[in-house]
Design a binder for this molecule. Structure first.
Ligand code: BG6
Length: 611
């Protein structure tokens, strides 16, 4: 996510902004910038592409910019490639208003049209420039920063944490917040605003958390909070007892747990980028319905968890859209000699967009003249740039090596692709289309429900932490979920684990079952449940300890399982998004119980961009 820092006080602002931004680098970014009100009362803006060190060098560590009030930003690109033009701060044409923003303005197209009709010109590809000029529009209308911020808050849809300086109001910073974090600190050295605690922990441990639809005026030595009715709100500061390192994880001990819990947000943001007015709209990816309907076969290439998304996508697309789908690990795909037919599409799924095997798989498909689509989390990454079309997941930067929120966001894109293909291929009618979309939109709430109920998982994790072998079994989509659950467990807890198609056990794998072997059964595909339950019985009679993951209401597993985790009911196509969460949490808690480094498991890297 982007990082925001603001300061107004008696000290020089630029060095404080740079230092604050450096404490937010962990959030992931690709460009940075600051704006400071100089000694002539004018705003000076300096922005650079790349790492903070580039900006710091340009600013001579802040000495090149004089002034005691400023705002700074590290940008994680969501709209518009990483570039100096797209970097924040953005401003109106005469720089009398400058702003930084973290979040996604969903109605940016409508707002841009409105402002263009009012004579505004746009120079960047960002939603932030539109937000900044919207503030300018309302300031010109109301001649009041507070009124401008109130109107902005009422007019914008989406998520935002925005900090604004108005030339007519020296040494003041105005902020507004909805769904993207923003905090305020008032210390002896001055007043601060930031996206997260680490940026200001050096100056104060008393922090005001800005709530949704709140606005504040930040001045030297004080902060005044308002609601959208312009009523002053009395807020109590929260005492931060985290150490600096913990604070970078928002109070979480590890990024992985933070990112597991960010999944509803990642899914919501990804859904909002794909669904407009109740319809799936992939036009931003260059995939018109006409183009989509031309594809007669899909091949998916990916690595690790992204490959497991491809396995789910195969089941869902084939069943819903009746299009043949092949899935390969990219390291195999790139060395195979696929026999391509007419009208095929190769889909490469990658969080980083830099995985060497996946990139080469993409290049091989392009060399063969096949249409390519990338599903990527990092804007402007190699795979995104080289694919014919790209759909971005909106998971925000993912730090922990074991992917969770990016995996969940990739699933959403896969579902949307399957549902849209099914509609345009005439396999579902409008009612079924609307029903499937409603079910997708309901997933974040179900995910939140699961996340709020992890005490049992923590208990069970402590019981199984010393297991030597853990096997996951399931049928259909449940098998694809098993693949991801098994990878999560082995990659961070180092316990030997594997996933088997449940129907395959009798052809060899069942010889591995001994007294006490843990077998985790996934049973969310109810049409296959009876068969899957009998597979669990087979291993139980041979001494296996059973854990099950199934849907609320399916209590047939109680007698087989020592521990059963229930997830809310949803479309059979979408159960992965729910059933994977207890498996992620179980792996996390086992790893913590073993005292291992969750975020940096041995031998692994977050992105394998070399072969
Ligand atoms: C591995 C990561 O190195 O690469 C996995 O540890 C990831 O989490 C896999 O699924 C593929 O990476 P990417 O960036 O192409 O999705």
């Amino acid at each position: 996510m982007c990082g925001i820092v603001g300061y107004t006080g008696k000290k020089q602002a630029a060095p404080i902004l740079l230092e604050g931004l450096s404490k937010l680098e962990y959030r992931g970014y690709d460009s940075a910038g600051v704006a400071v009100r100089n000694n002539k009362g004018k705003h000076e803006i300096v922005k650079t592409n790349g790492k903070l060190s580039v900006l710091s060098d340009k600013l001579k560590k802040g000495k090149a910019l004089k002034g005691t009030c400023g705002i700074g930003h590290t940008r994680w690109a969501t709209h518009g490639m990483p570039s100096e033009v797209n970097a924040h701060p953005h401003s109106n044409d005469d720089q009398t208003i400058v702003a930084v923003h973290n979040g996604i303005i969903e109605n940016y197209v409508e707002l841009k049209e409105k402002l263009t009709s009012k004579g505004y010109t746009f120079y960047s590809e960002t939603d932030t420039e539109i937000a900044t000029k919207l503030v300018d529009y309302y300031y010109k209308k109301w001649k009041s920063p507070l009124e401008a911020m109130v109107s902005f808050t009422l007019r914008v849809r989406g998520s935002y944490a925005i900090a604004v300086m108005f030339e007519d109001y020296p040494e003041e910073i105005y902020i507004a917040r909805k769904d993207s974090p923003l905090i305020v600190g008032v210390a002896d050295e001055g007043s601060f605003v930031a996206s997260d605690v680490p940026a200001i922990l050096k100056y104060t441990r008393n922090v005001y958390y800005v709530d949704n639809m709140e606005i504040a005026r930040i001045e030297k030595g004080k902060a005044t909070f308002y609601n959208v009715d312009r009523k002053v709100i009395e807020k109590q500061p929260v005492k931060i007892d985290w150490d600096a390192d913990a604070a970078e994880k928002g109070g979480y001990k590890y990024y992985m747990l933070k990112e597991i819990r960010e999944q509803p947000r990642a899914v919501t943001d990804t859904l909002n980028s794909l669904i407009k007015d109740g319809k799936i709209d992939l036009s931003e990816a260059g995939l018109s319905d006409e183009k989509l309907s031309s594809f007669k076969r899909i091949r998916i290439a990916a690595c690790g968890s992204a490959y497991h998304v491809g396995m789910v996508a195969k089941y869902v697309i084939e069943d819903l859209a009746r299009i043949p789908v092949d899935v390969d690990v990219a390291s195999e795909f790139r060395y195979r000699s696929p026999v391509y037919g007419e009208n095929e599409l190769v889909v490469v799924i990658s969080q980083s967009g830099e995985t060497a095997d996946s990139l080469e798989a993409l290049r091989g498909a392009k060399a063969a003249g096949v249409a390519t689509l990338a599903i990527v989390n990092v804007l402007g990454s190699a795979i995104a740039r080289e694919a014919d079309n790209v759909i971005y997941t909106k998971a925000g930067p993912e730090i922990s090596v074991a992917t969770t929120k990016a995996y969940s966001a990739q699933l959403i894109v896969s579902y949307a692709l399957a549902v849209q293909l099914a509609l345009i291929n005439g396999k579902i009618d409008e009612d079924r289309y609307a029903q499937l979309i409603d079910e997708m939109l309901a997933l974040p709430a179900s995910m939140e429900k699961i996340l709020s109920d992890d005490e049992w998982l923590k208990w069970f994790a402590s019981k199984i932490a010393n297991k030597k072998d853990v096997y996951f079994i399931g049928r259909g989509i449940d098998y694809a979920i098993c693949l991801e659950g098994s990878l999560k467990l082995k990659e961070i807890s180092y316990i030997h684990s594997d996933a088997y198609a449940a129907g395959e056990l009798k052809h060899g794998h069942i010889s591995l079952i001994e007294e006490g072997t843990l077998v985790i059964g996934l049973i969310t595909q109810m049409r296959l449940a009876e068969k899957a339950v009998s597979n669990l019985s087979e291993v139980k009679t041979r001494g296996a300890q059973i854990m099950s993951v199934t849907l609320e209401g399916n209590y047939s597993l109680q007698e087989h399982s020592e521990f059963t985790f229930y997830v809310p009911k949803t479309e059979a196509y979408f159960t992965t998004s729910l059933a994977v969460i207890p498996l992620q949490l179980l792996s996390y808690y086992v790893c913590v119980a073993k005292g291992l480094d969750v975020d940096m498991p041995r031998n692994l890297a977050k992105c394998v961009s070399v072969e």
